[in-house]
Design a protein. Structure first.
Length: 70
């Protein structure tokens, strides 16, 4: 249920906001990977969660682009 709410929030955003959310998520993923490499990361499952969130953001961006073309 938590992911459904997240996806609904993403669908309500504008394309510019989605692009910024994607950049932020990628930065967070980079930082998590860096912390993992230096053994500073406690919650390694967060990497998987952020990767899935990036995929969700990209999916919503693609859906909105297809709506614009139609």
């Amino acid at each position: 249920m938590k992911t459904n709410k997240y996806v609904e929030d993403l669908k309500a955003k504008s394309p510019a906001e989605l692009a910024q959310a994607l950049v932020d998520a990628k930065k967070e993923l980079f930082n998590l990977r860096f912390q993992n490499a230096t053994n500073q990361l406690d919650n390694t499952s967060r990497i998987k969660e952020v990767r899935k969130n990036i995929a969700r953001i990209q999916t919503v961006i693609t859906e909105k682009a297809k709506e614009q073309q139609a």
